[in-house]
Ligand binder design. Structure first.
Ligand SMILES: Nc1ncnc2c1ncn2[C@@H]1O[C@H](COP(=O)(O)OP(=O)(O)OP(=O)(O)O)[C@@H](O)[C@H]1O
Length: 274
């Protein structure tokens, strides 16, 4: 945490209001977000306040609405209702200002894969108005940190799934945003690279950045994040610090309890080999 920030914001993202009482410094605010696709209600109503300086995990079962929520939160998908603020700026009213503060790793969005990895990250930096030389220096440093240096001049179209994830992450980081929103950043990534990414993100949060990350790996969220929200059927079932949400149990047990029990293998007896 920077000294300037430490003087006004405590570890749990609170700062004194003019009246003296503590109020949360919100990096990302979601208010009444809703999205339907035809008859399908993907996000029913999501209200979340992500404290500045937090490492915030978003978890939920398949189809819970995580990607839809994060897409609305980052300007990729227009909500049917609700409001998104990035550091107090209304994302949908002033997208240019809000998006300049955001780094986004979307789920499954196509990249310009006829560029090499290095070209793609330089391009992402220049889109955020970095001078070419700065964008190139940063891109090279990111490729080194993410163990992609040897493939800097390979076309992204020829990258593996994990390499593609890492180059997309480099694109999200290159302009040094205040807030990072990462949809499943560890999916398909090898353990050594995952450890490097975790270290980069921990350092980023430690120096005042905010990270929102969706994941299915409860153990990872429990170890890595300080805040978490559990989403199911397009609604927030629980949100707070990781300790508040898990309430003495493991996050995985609490998740199963909140979301509903495991299905048995009933009806699959034909799979038994004997
Ligand atoms: N473009 C779309 N058209 C129709 N239905 C959609 C669309 N996008 C998402 N949905 C539906 O909305 C619901 C929420 O999907 P979403 O991808 O947000 O879930 P998720 O929590 O990210 O799931 P997962 O963990 O499996 O990635 C699902 O029922 C999905 O089928």
């Amino acid at each position: 945490m920077s000294e300037a920030r430490a003087s006004v914001v405590s570890d749990d993202g609170m700062r004194p209001s003019p009246g003296g009482e503590l109020q949360m410094d919100v990096a990302l605010g979601l208010e009444g977000l809703r999205k339907t696709f035809g008859e399908k209600v993907a996000v029913e109503r999501v209200d979340l306040a992500v404290p500045a300086g937090s490492f915030f995990g978003l978890v939920g079962p398949n189809g819970a609405g995580k990607t839809t929520t994060l897409s609305m939160a980052t300007g990729l998908l227009r909500p049917d209702a609700g409001r998104v603020t990035v550091r107090g700026t209304d994302l949908w009213a002033d997208p240019v200002t809000a998006k300049s503060l955001l780094g986004v790793l979307p789920d499954g969005v196509r990249l310009f894969d006829r560029l090499t990895g290095l070209q793609l990250v330089v391009h992402a930096g220049m889109l955020h108005r970095l001078p070419r030389t700065t964008a190139r220096e940063r891109a090279e440093a990111l490729l080194r940190a993410l163990d992609l240096e040897a493939d800097a001049n390979t076309f992204v179209a020829d990258y593996s799934a994990g390499m593609t994830k890492k180059i997309a992450l480099a694109c999200a980081l290159v302009h040094a945003p205040r807030l990072l929103v990462l949809d499943e950043p560890f999916e398909a990534v090898d353990p050594v690279s995952a450890a490097s990414i975790r270290a980069i993100l921990a350092d980023y949060v430690g120096t005042g950045g905010t990270v929102v990350v969706s994941s299915h790996v409860m153990d990872l969220v429990e170890r890595m994040c300080d805040h978490v929200a559990v989403l199911a059927a397009g609604r927030v079932l629980a949100a707070g610090t990781v300790d508040e949400v898990r309430g003495g149990a493991s996050l995985e047990d609490r998740f199963v309890e909140l979301v509903g029990g495991r299905r048995s293998g009933e009806g699959l007896e034909w799979l038994h080999s004997s």
